[in-house]
Design a protein around this ligand. Structure first.
Ligand code: FES
Ligand SMILES: [Fe+2]
Length: 273
């Protein structure tokens, strides 16, 4: 993909940082429009896909109220071989702004350390140096937050991928979670069984169990909110899985594996048969 030049635009400044992830994780994240409102709620309120492909994506987004609540059509063009991508606001708030990002690995090609150079271009130069400094400061702070959030997602996903390759499944079909009276009701309890990792949590007055790992991209379902319809919402892309049968609300990915049953015996909570 050949990304159109930035001639005629005003280069405002950049934001540079290191991230302890691979280029693969970074490029996957650039293509991943769906995570934006879920992982970056201070920058995006909602997103709707217009078109996507190897070339990148085009989406309609709304900004959160604190960022003005406006609408945008945003396009992301990717030059995969060069680990380069450019975001352009095609319509709406900030129309004409382009943000170009170059990712580089540091050291070996499979090293899990990269840096990104994020360069901000405006359709016109701001009128004063103060305005320039203010806009640049705003964008640098916004991108610091965006990359903090993305670094957390990418690292957790890498960990989940590594775990899938290396961890041995538990041998026991049944696990004792401990005395019910002392189980923390405010936290999910993770249990590894031969058929997967499950979250045991206290919800609406009883203990429930569901898959801890999202079948979409291995997101931490154990941390997902449970909505009023009894669906657990993945914090990465908002896929919603019914606790009853594991099905995703819009069939966007496979269903959750069946959770083993929970049972109380002699004051202890057990999962599995
Ligand atoms: S990882 Fe994408 S919705 Fe869970
Ligand atoms: Fe992101």
């Amino acid at each position: 993909m050949n990304i159109a030049g930035i001639e005629g635009l005003h280069y405002l400044g950049n934001y540079v940082r290191e991230i302890p992830v691979s280029l693969n994780r970074m490029m996957e994240n650039a293509y991943d429009w769906e995570h934006l409102p879920f992982v970056h709620p201070t920058s995006f309120a909602s997103i709707e896909l217009i078109e996507e492909g190897e070339w990148g994506w085009r989406c309609r987004t709304t900004l959160p109220p604190a960022a003005g609540g406006g609408e945008q059509v945003v396009e992301l063009l990717v030059d995969k071989a060069r680990h380069y991508w450019a975001t352009t606001v095609l319509e709406g708030t900030g129309e004409g702004v382009q943000i170009h990002t170059q990712a580089n690995d540091k050291g070996a090609a499979d090293a899990r350390l990269i840096d990104v150079d994020v360069r901000f271009y405006l359709p016109q130069a701001p009128e004063t140096a103060e305005q320039s400094a203010m806009i640049l400061g705003y964008l640098q702070a916004q991108y610091a937050t965006l990359y903090d959030e993305d670094a957390a997602l990418m690292s957790a996903r890498q960990e989940a991928l590594d775990g899938r390759k290396t961890s041995k499944p538990a041998l026991s079909e049944r696990a004792d979670l401990g005395a019910v009276s002392s189980l923390d009701k405010t936290e999910p309890h993770l249990v590894t069984l031969p058929n997967g990792v499950f979250a045991v949590r206290y919800h609406a007055g009883s203990w429930i169990a569901h898959a801890a790992v999202c079948p979409h991209m291995l997101g931490p379902l154990s941390d997902g909110q449970i909505d009023a319809e009894g669906r657990v919402i993945c914090p990465w892309h908002g896929y919603a899985f019914a606790l009853s049968d594991g099905a995703e609300r819009k069939s966007r990915c496979g269903a959750l594996p069946d959770a083993p049953s929970l049972r109380e015996e002699n004051g202890h909570l057990f999962i599995g048969d």
